[in-house]
Design a protein around this ligand. Structure first.
Ligand SMILES: [Zn+2]
Length: 117
């Protein structure tokens, strides 16, 4: 076990003192901010919510269908407007989650926010 970097006794904790992480004993921990297994928490939250993947609106199938029906467009026409195949629009309306780039094209066309950061 490491020694307390402040007084030299047996270190039991880690604390940040004036911006430096040090091994400290029970008494010297009060000179700084105790570090409590923060790494574990960060790892868990990263796994639950990856930063690089924005969430796609759950209303996507409904929004796409309503937009199309309002303009009396076929699935093929809407697909053509975003340079995708008709089957892509069909699958989206059935609840399939398309790749982010497809959602971005729909967002632009429809003018509604479909991605949540
Ligand atoms: Zn100490």
């Amino acid at each position: 076990m490491a020694e307390c970097e402040v007084c030299g006794k047996k270190a039991t904790k880690r604390a940040e003192i004036e911006g430096v992480v040090m091994n400290v004993c029970d008494e010297c921990v009060k000179f700084g901010k105790e570090i409590v297994a923060r790494n574990v928490i960060v790892k868990t939250s990263q796994r639950q919510k990856p930063l690089s993947v924005p969430e796609i609106s759950l209303d996507l199938p409904k929004i796409v269908r309503e937009y199309r029906e309002k303009r009396q467009m076929s699935q093929a026409q809407l697909a053509a407007a975003i340079l995708e195949k008709a089957s892509v629009i069909k699958k989206i309306e059935e609840g399939w989650i398309p790749p982010t780039d497809v959602v971005k094209k729909l967002e632009k066309l429809i003018g509604t926010k479909l991605l949540e950061e």
